[in-house]
Design a protein around this ligand. Sequence first.
Ligand SMILES: [Ca+2]
Ligand SMILES: [Ca+2]
Ligand SMILES: [Ca+2]
Length: 179
Amino acid sequence: MPRVVVYLDEVRCHDTEDKTGKDEVYVIGAIKTSDSKTSEGFVTRPINIDDDETLKFGPGGGYVFDEQLPRNGLFQIEMTALDEDTAKTASDYEQAKKAIDKALATVPNPRVAAVGSLTVEAADAAVRLDKDDELGTLLKPFSVSQIPDGWTLHRWDFEEEGLGWSTWKYEILYWVGKF
Ligand SMILES: [Ca+2]
Ligand SMILES: [Ca+2]
Ligand SMILES: [Ca+2]
């Protein structure tokens, strides 16, 4: 069975959500697979980032998934990026990850049952993430047989341009590997 790896690499900020000063960006999510036993949640620690900066993920980022998957298997990367506005402790972030793992464990087939905000809801219940600003959500399905061997770089863009209270523009770069 091929080994599939997902690596959360860096955040590029073009425009912060906060009106003054830097954002405190973090990402929560899960890699869901057609085999529920290999599903994993992750929660990265906030990165203080300003307009026109590119910064690497710290704790919680990097390798967020590393499993053997069946050749004909499917997986989905689900991520939500948030800007922390309510201060949290390291243990809040650990609790959020536990809540995501617990939520995943209760879903018989997490990939198929993937509703957009499963991970957000779970983490939210644990540490009241709802006080933070949601910047974007990605739901990206992959089939193991169709991803190239070796590393492939993926870019996830999200922005709010509109007429609302705030605007922002970000890119998150992550790698998917198959070996
Ligand atoms: Ca904010
Ligand atoms: Ca903030
Ligand atoms: Ca802005």
